[in-house]
Design a binder for this molecule. Structure first.
Ligand code: GTP
Ligand code: MG
Length: 201
């Protein structure tokens, strides 16, 4: 739940990057961290295990200035994608206002994306939230691999797999090159802020 302070005209929103292990969630936050240095209020916090896998979560707070007269503070989190950490994923989703689902475009990861999205739906239900109601953006990451002749799923196939029923905004991206990382962030911030519109009076 967004923390809204009508007296100070401040709002704090929580956005979670969710998706299968090694899909590129932490890399998204690292890119944002490098681009938004001046807006970042504190260091990015990353708790990693061997091989750079997220163990608990990454945390990146920053400010986006005024929206509808409110000073908006964004808190970005990632979940650990490894299958065994579902309890942690569920915990990180507590109080979430908006979600970026980072899917892995590699053909070999097709099933993992589906399982992860299903897990997201279930974990949201545990917080009495519905995946069809929560602000959500899909990011099809690692599009750059095509140039290296690594098989990736066509955009349309990913749409069919993941967005057929959701019908939310979706972007192809590359977190390593930075392509569409900030547009993804902008989309989820604007979707999240619109969902809060009625509360920001
Ligand atoms: N080629 C390519 N590699 C990527 C991209 N995004 C991430 N990677 C690489 O994929 C690996 C995993 O990226 P992470 O950002 O750690 O993935 P994660 O989703 O945070 O993984 P977990 O923390 O285990 O859930 C790293 O080696 C990244 O450099 C991308 O867009 N293209
Ligand atoms: Mg990670």
């Amino acid at each position: 739940m967004a923390f809204i302070n009508p007296r100070n005209k401040e709002v704090q929103v929580k956005i979670v990057y969710y998706g299968p292990g090694r899909g590129g969630k932490t890399t998204n936050l690292e890119h944002i961290n490098s681009k938004f240095k001046e807006r970042i209020r504190s260091e990015m916090v990353s708790i990693k295990t061997y091989g750079d896998r997220t163990l608990f979560f990454d945390f990146l707070p920053f400010e986006v200035g005024k929206i509808k007269g409110y000073d908006v503070r964004i808190q970005l989190y990632t979940v650990p994608g490894q299958v065994k950490y579902n309890a942690t994923r569920r915990l990180v989703l507590k109080g979430v206002d908006g979600i970026v689902f980072v899917a892995d475009s590699m053909t070999v990861q097709r099933e993992k994306n589906l399982i992860s999205l299903k897990g997201l739906q279930e974990n949201l239900e545990a917080h009495n939230k519905n995946i069809f109601g929560v602000p959500l953006v899909l990011q099809y990451n690692k599009r750059d691999l095509k140039k290296r002749n690594i098989p990736i799923l066509p955009f349309d196939v990913m749409e069919q797999d993941l967005n057929n029923r959701l019908k939310v905004a979706s972007l192809g991206a590359s977190a390593v090159t930075g392509e569409n990382v900030l547009p993804t962030l902008k989309k989820i911030i604007s979707a999240t802020m619109s969902s809060l519109q009625d509360d920001l009076k």
